[in-house]
Design a protein around this ligand. Structure first.
Ligand SMILES: *[C@@H]1O[C@H](CO)[C@@H](O)[C@H](O)[C@H]1NC(C)=O
Ligand SMILES: *[C@@H]1O[C@H](CO)[C@@H](O)[C@H](O)[C@H]1NC(C)=O
Ligand SMILES: *[C@@H]1O[C@H](CO)[C@@H](O)[C@H](O)[C@H]1NC(C)=O
Ligand SMILES: *[C@@H]1O[C@H](CO)[C@@H](O)[C@H](O)[C@H]1NC(C)=O
Ligand SMILES: *[C@@H]1O[C@H](CO)[C@@H](O)[C@H](O)[C@H]1NC(C)=O
Ligand SMILES: *[C@@H]1O[C@H](CO)[C@@H](O)[C@H](O)[C@H]1NC(C)=O
Length: 770
């Protein structure tokens, strides 16, 4: 799969994700993130950092004190303020063992490496100038979105600060100078730029050549402008997706925290202690929203640096949006299954990029991304079956060749493409059932190529076979809108249940992730070094692209409701999202042969910014609620302290019943296999808050779920006024062992007027094997 000419799309759709443990530091030292109990700090120390340094000096008792101090400061990477009570340091195994006996030591985790995982999406999401979320929120005015990523290309037109007021005085961030990065490059749109590489700099296989926040990859420029880019007219990818580009919250400010490093690699990498330092600074600086298109696979919450660091962000009321990962369509692949963040899945929009083909009296269109200029004249065209012979293809080198593998051979598309490419035919037409992103993952576009669906392919082949001198013309660089059905769930988007907390349904919502157009550094090849083509905008796909859409939308909600907690904003985004597509049918899943998508793939549904501003009811949650969940998960005191950073833990009211706007219940009892009459009941208690002005009566309805009986008690809730809270119990009665892997439905509270508050209900027989 990783053949060289496919680098672009492999790279594009990996959101950043952890691959392997950081094991290449010097002298058998490894980097560790060390959690300390601040209440154990002797009063004699002037501050945390001096205590950490003293602790590190004490680890090598056989050296003289003065040398120890020097060694200690060279070992210390970061001293954290918010995300960790503690520090990161480079330690030998002996030093780590000694540290574990030091006063105040709570726990430590080894550093890990993290590698690399539009003009239209705003319209598709229903955003417009005259009504709804944009005018109500003043386009996200003054919300500060911190983006942890590969840095920024500040010269991008998307960072123009035209029409923006002065930077809010509460902003404490900085525009750091560095290699090819001058602090005067920031402005009223891009208000901060910092970089973090103390941990990764210890890796001898890397040379940090661009030691600054400058983006040498492109990913960070793309994600940050997707969230909050300013207006840029006539943006396109070589004519595709042409229009005025802007982010979801064009009035918001952007601060970039570069913690992922490219350094000549195809995929950027980062170390978790650098990423934690970036989040730490973003909290200190005063960011309101954090956008993180990165994550770690299969780690416990108390070992997940992003989960740990974002707990501190939530404590400061900062909203955190993360990507679900690109491990789909397999189940149990979702990362960032953290109960206190928002986890975003990716889908496709109602837009197709492509080409029009004209032949005889017909005109069809197919998918295409060929970026160069192509003759518009009629050219001879020939059908070559599966295009498996270079020799035969070379005989018709000046003709357009049409290829179709017999049957439904999924893998042969790539072979056909490569054979045509090596034969050098003037253009190739490939008949395929694949979806847009799947096509472009298999075959980027160094040759003029069109991908036709079966129906249009049949028309073309029939025309060729019934003509003596068949000819066709191809018009590239076309953008087709209104594609049905859409949205669809992308096959690559990672699926739940979540490894780290399977009792909370993840992902949370879906947003556009396929072929998103956003800003790109003009000095970086748009196709991973394969095309030698440059553009100020690029098309990328992945949950990395979906996440910043929702970061921007969260900024809009925050302006409209400045007093809402991160959980309230998440609830509003989830309960108002759409579960039907633009044909009025349930959203379909490209990764499941277009069957209706389940909530383990798309969460509560496709995010709907206009409705999110007025959700009616919210499911709120406090930091204490998250703590009660951690207690119920039976984590040890040290594990919980690692996450919460508190000196003492109050686990007097443990509860698995986090007040979450979705429900997931496991029906798995292998002893009950073959005994379908053995039943069990799963119960959830939830509290909803009326956030609209006035009194309302809400009634509950539950979509029928085959084989399960779902009841809601009470099923009518009367709210006397704003901020009134009411509780209810949802029970699912079902077999002890569910036949299906996943059954699902929805609970809906309706006030008979405009508020529809919808939550997904999943019953599953999956359990996470650890
Ligand atoms: C940054 O750029 C400005 C304007 O080009 C220049 O005057 C200044 O000296 C530069 N500063 C640094 C630190 O290079
Ligand atoms: C890093 O840079 C040095 C000096 O330029 C060079 O000798 C070395 O090969 C480089 N290492 C890598 C991994 O690129
Ligand atoms: C295509 O043609 C246009 C107009 O002649 C030209 O400006 C553009 O640079 C060409 N594009 C490429 C990729 O060669
Ligand atoms: C597309 O799907 C149809 C129906 O399943 C099948 O007959 C056809 O062979 C497929 N075409 C390709 C190119 O795989
Ligand atoms: C936690 O421990 C209690 C008591 O042993 C047990 O009943 C419960 O199932 C455990 N919870 C989890 C999530 O493992
Ligand atoms: C299971 O329940 C069904 C319907 O209630 C009943 O007809 C059937 O006899 C029961 N089977 C067993 C094995 O008890």
């Amino acid at each position: 799969m990783a053949a060289n000419n496919h680098v672009k799309f492999l790279y594009v759709w990996l959101s950043f994700s952890i691959s392997s443990v950081f094991n290449t530091t010097l002298a058998q030292s490894d980097n560790y993130i060390v959690h300390m109990d601040l209440s154990a700090m002797p009063k004699a120390f002037s501050g945390q950092q001096s205590w950490y340094l003293a602790t590190l000096s004490s680890l090598s008792a056989n050296l003289v004190a003065k040398t120890n101090a020097a060694i200690a400061s060279s070992k210390l990477l970061y001293s954290y303020n918010h995300v960790v009570h503690g520090f990161s340091a480079s330690l030998t195994p002996e030093e780590l063992e000694a540290l574990k006996k030091a006063p105040g030591y709570v726990s430590s985790i080894r550093d890990r490496t993290i590698t690399v995982d539009t003009t239209h999406s705003y319209k598709f999401l229903g955003l417009n100038y005259d009504s709804g979320a944009w005018p109500v929120s003043d386009f996200g005015k003054d919300v500060i979105i911190g983006v942890i990523d590969t840095g920024v290309w500040p010269e991008s037109e998307s960072f123009n600060d035209g029409g923006m007021s002065d930077v809010p005085s509460r902003w404490k961030g900085k525009c750091e100078s560095g290699t090819q990065f001058n602090s005067s490059l920031c402005n009223k749109k891009l208000i901060g730029a910092r970089y973090f590489n103390k941990a990764i700099a210890g890796n001898p296989t890397l040379n940090i050549s661009t030691n600054s926040a400058r983006d040498t990859d492109g990913h960070g420029t793309h994600t940050s402008t997707t969230a909050a880019g300013n207006y840029v007219k006539d943006a396109s990818y070589f004519g595709y997706a042409m229009g005025t580009a802007r982010g979801m919250a064009p009035g918001a400010r952007v601060a970039i925290y570069k913690a992922l490093w490219n350094e000549g690699r195809a995929n950027s990498i980062g170390a978790s202690s650098d990423i934690m330092a970036a989040i730490d600074k973003a909290i200190t600086d005063g960011c309101d929203v954090l956008s993180m298109s990165l994550g770690l696979e299969e780690v416990e919450l108390y070992e997940d640096p992003i989960a740990i660091a974002t707990f501190a962000a939530i404590q400061k009321n900062i909203f955190v949006s993360t990507s679900a990962g690109n491990g789909g369509p397999d189940v149990e692949t979702v990362h960032n299954g953290t109960p206190w963040v928002l986890t975003v899945a990716a889908g496709a929009m109602d837009r197709e990029l492509g080409a029009t083909m004209s032949f005889g009296s017909n005109s069809v269109h197919g998918m295409a991304l060929y970026p160069r200029n192509f003759s518009s004249t009629q050219l001879p065209i020939v059908f070559m079956d599966s295009c498996d012979s270079t020799v035969e293809l070379r005989k018709v080198v000046d003709k357009i060749v049409v290829c179709q593998a017999p049957g439904d051979d999924e893998d042969s598309l790539e072979d056909q493409f490569n054979t045509v490419k090596s034969a050098g035919n003037v253009a190739g037409v490939f008949i395929t059932n694949k979806s847009e992103v799947d096509v472009f993952n298999h075959a980027p576009f160094p040759i003029p190529s069109v991908f036709l669906g079966q129906k249009d392919g049949d028309i073309l082949v029939k025309y060729i076979k019934s003509n003596n001198d068949p000819k066709a013309s191809i018009g590239f660089k076309k953008t087709f809108l209104g594609i049905k059905p859409s949205p669809t769930v992308a096959s690559y988007t990672s699926r739940g249940p979540s490894y780290s907390c399977p009792s909370v349904l993840k992902p949370d919502v879906m947003a556009p992730g396929d072929l998103v157009l956003a800003a790109w550094p003009s000095n970086i090849d748009v196709n991973g070094g394969n095309e030698d083509l440059n553009s100020n905008f690029n098309l990328l796909s992945g949950t990395s692209m979906a996440c910043p859409h929702v970061s921007g939308i969260a900024a809009l909600v925050k302006v409209a409701h400045p007093d809402w907690s991160p959980a309230a904003i998440r609830s509003a985004l989830m309960t108002t999202s759409d579960v039907n597509d633009n044909t009025g049918k349930p959203i379909k899943d490209v990764g499941r042969q277009l069957r209706p998508a389940d909530p383990l793939a798309m969460g509560a549904g496709h995010v709907n910014p206009n409705k999110a501003l007025d959700p009616g009811l919210i499911y709120d949650a406090t930091v204490k609620d998250y703590l009660n969940l951690l207690c119920a998960l039976n984590f040890t005191e040290a594990q919980i302290k690692t996450i919460t950073k508190s000196s003492s833990i109050d686990c007097s009211s443990p509860s698995m019943d986090l007040n979450y706007p979705s429900f997931i219940a496991v029906f798995r009892d292998i002893n009950a296999i073959g005994k379908p009459n053995l039943t069990t009941v799963r119960e959830f208690t939830r509290t909803v808050t009326n956030v609209a002005e006035g009194s309302f009566t809400y009634k509950a309805t539950v979509t029928p779920i085959k084989g399960l009986k779902v009841t809601v008690q009470p099923n009518v809730l009367v709210f006397k006024g704003k901020n009134d809270k009411k509780s209810f119990k949802l029970s699912i009665k079902g077999p002890r062992q569910l036949d299906e892997a996943v059954s699902f439905g929805y609970l809906t509270w309706e006030d008979g007027g405009k508020h529809v508050v919808k939550s997904p209900i999943v019953a599953t027989s999956y359990i996470i094997e650890k």
